[in-house]
Design a protein around this ligand. Structure first.
Ligand SMILES: [Zn+2]
Length: 95
């Protein structure tokens, strides 16, 4: 069962009620009711049967938005400063 990802629509369709196309970015179907495109993912069974699973909009668009992996900042690492004394910390400006 597919569900139209167009929020106000949300119509549900059996796989044989819709036409599945591939426009170059993977299989999609157009909602017969509102015409919105919905992304699918094809998966092939061992017997060769191809079944389509619906993927959510977020999943379809994943890859663009950054995964904030690059979090190795200098701030917060206390290691570098240990044993040297706390000179820098005590400095006051305009005291
Ligand atoms: Zn729809």
């Amino acid at each position: 069962m597919f569900v139209c990802q167009n929020q106000p629509c949300g119509a549900r369709w059996a796989p044989d009620e819709v036409e599945i196309h591939n426009e170059g970015q993977g299989p999609i179907f157009r909602c017969p009711l509102c015409g919105a495109r919905n992304h699918l993912r094809a998966s092939q069974a061992r017997d060769g049967t191809i079944t389509y699973k619906q993927i959510s909009r977020e999943q379809a668009g994943a890859g663009k938005a950054g995964t904030s992996k690059a979090g190795t900042d200098r701030t917060g690492t206390d290691k570098a400063g240990t044993g040297k004394g706390h000179g820098a910390q005590r400095q006051r400006r305009g005291g």
